[in-house]
Ligand binder design. Structure first.
Ligand code: SF4
Length: 347
């Protein structure tokens, strides 16, 4: 089986049934589902399958709410040069391409990603690197897109070398779905290309359900970990896919066992046509509280929300420290433990 890229291909594999409304949903974003993820789908329960729901178009994508946006996290307003997003003084995003191994229907860059995506030309990449070189305050460069591990190892190696050659760039971070979605791409050649001589290189893995951590995916992660790259995860909280305690616990434990430190649990962004994936913030906070009582600190992600308009990420709780209702007679605060017990603590 090849990567499924059209509604017809999904139909042939029994993953959708012909419906004219799906064509409209499919037009709004590229389709790609790799064979290794397609094989993990339970075809007897497609409507609830956590893999199918992430990658197979849904007629609800045609419903756009007024608060939804083309550029929900404000990449464009923070882009001084094509391919660069400079939101915080000490770090930039560098987006060399907009191609991914799979296309996630809830993608926060869904208007940008796709096979014909807006890749940087050689001149544009040189200008982006010059911007980084000219800004000595940039300590970390986050390679994202798209998926940087979709680049040919030789080109990726040249890019890593160019960044490694900028003395103030101390950390390079690569955000990728490849080890999960197309593990065979994580070859020795690619691992070698990723290795800077000087800077620290971290790999951030996008993974939303423990079922994505198939044996090939775990082997790819092991190759990266064995090469010495620290691994982090990013998970999007998605209604009906991972918004329950058992699923999140299983995912976080599976990640830690694969040597991936859970990093962020993202509140879903206000992406056009993705209301069916969104979860109320209060639900996310309740889930985080439940995780706190059940998982070791090693397996705890931080629940974050990207403030629309390019204002960056903030943790959105839950809070464990509150005011004391007897504040008039005490200057203590109330701290809540992981099991809901409330205790007075000196302010
Ligand atoms: S892998 Fe990342 S950038 Fe690519 S479609 Fe999925 S969420 Fe978007």
């Amino acid at each position: 089986m090849q990567t499924l890229r059209t509604l017809k291909a999904l139909e042939r594999e029994g993953l959708v049934t012909a419906d004219p409304r799906l064509a409209e949903a499919a037009r709004s974003m590229a389709i790609a589902l790799t064979p290794e993820l397609a094989e993990l789908i339970d075809r007897k329960d497609l409507a609830r399958d956590p893999i199918a729901r992430q990658f197979v178009p849904d007629i609800r994508e045609t419903e756009v709410a007024p608060e939804e946006r083309d550029d929900p996290i404000g990449d464009e307003v923070r882009s001084p040069v094509k391919g660069i997003v400079h939101r915080y003084p000490d770090r930039v995003l560098l987006k060399p391409l907009h191609v991914c191994p799979v296309y996630c229907r809830f993608c926060f860059r869904r208007e940008k990603v796709g096979p014909g995506g807006d890749a940087l030309s050689a001149t544009e990449l040189a200008a982006a690197l010059a911007y980084i070189r000219d800004h000595a305050e940039i300590w970390e460069v986050i390679l994202t897109g798209g998926d940087p591990l979709m680049m040919a190892p030789r080109r990726l190696g040249q890019l890593i070398d160019a960044l490694d050659g900028i003395p103030h760039v101390t950390v390079i971070r690569v955000h990728t779905r490849v080890p999960i979605a197309d593990a065979g791409r994580v070859t020795d050649e690619l691992v070698t290309a990723l290795k800077p001589k000087r800077a620290g290189l971290w790999v951030g893995i996008h993974c939303n359900h423990a079922r994505e951590l198939s044996p090939p995916a775990r082997a790819a992660l092991a190759r990266l970990a064995d090469a010495g790259f620290p691994l982090l995860s990013q998970t999007v909280l998605l209604a009906g896919i991972n918004d329950d305690v058992e699923t999140l616990c299983a995912l976080m434990r599976a990640l830690v066992s694969a040597r991936v430190k859970p990093y962020y649990l993202h509140h879903p962004d206000l992406v056009r046509g993705t209301g069916h994936f969104r979860v109320p913030i209060a639900r996310g906070q309740a889930l985080m509280k439940a995780l706190r009582g059940r998982l070791s600190g090693l397996a705890q992600p931080t629940y974050v929300l990207d403030v629309p308009g390019g204002h960056g990420k903030v943790p959105v709780g839950p809070a464990y420290l509150g005011d004391d209702p007897d504040a008039l007679v005490s200057d203590a605060r109330i701290v809540e433990d992981a099991f809901g017990g409330r205790h007075r603590y000196p302010a």
